[in-house]
Design a protein around this ligand. Structure first.
Ligand SMILES: [Zn+2]
Length: 118
């Protein structure tokens, strides 16, 4: 077993993994900027503790993406895209969404109807 192996059954779709990883990078950037700003303006220690929230959410996003597991979905016992199946899929990236106007990932109007499973 290597550090990269993950034998868990994923409960999030590839789009959800990408979304969590993107959120992790965004909030890690916010955390780094907040640390820098706190040092530049010499903010008091209690103001600098505000860095904890974005850093913690970024870590949760990275952990969920690396383990292919959403904590909330695991708690609910459901899979992402469970229940009523999405109706449209992106022709470019394969993102599945109920929104037919545009793909939330690549922001292109490349959504096409997807047949319902079952
Ligand atoms: Zn797309």
């Amino acid at each position: 077993m290597t550090a990269d192996s993950n034998e868990c059954t994923p409960n999030i779709a590839p789009a959800g993994i990408r979304r969590r990883r993107r959120l992790g990078f965004q909030l890690a950037g916010v955390s780094i900027a907040a640390v820098g700003a706190g040092m530049i303006v010499r903010a008091p220690w209690f103001a600098r503790t505000a860095v904890f929230l974005p850093a913690a959410v970024a870590a949760i996003g990275f952990l969920q993406a690396s383990r292919n597991t959403c904590i909330l979905r695991a708690h609910e016992g459901t899979l992402e895209h469970d229940g009523d199946p999405p109706l449209f899929a992106c022709r470019i990236c394969g993102h599945v969404s109920a929104d037919k106007a545009y793909c939330p990932d690549c922001l292109a109007d490349t959504m096409e109807p997807q047949p319902r499973p079952r």
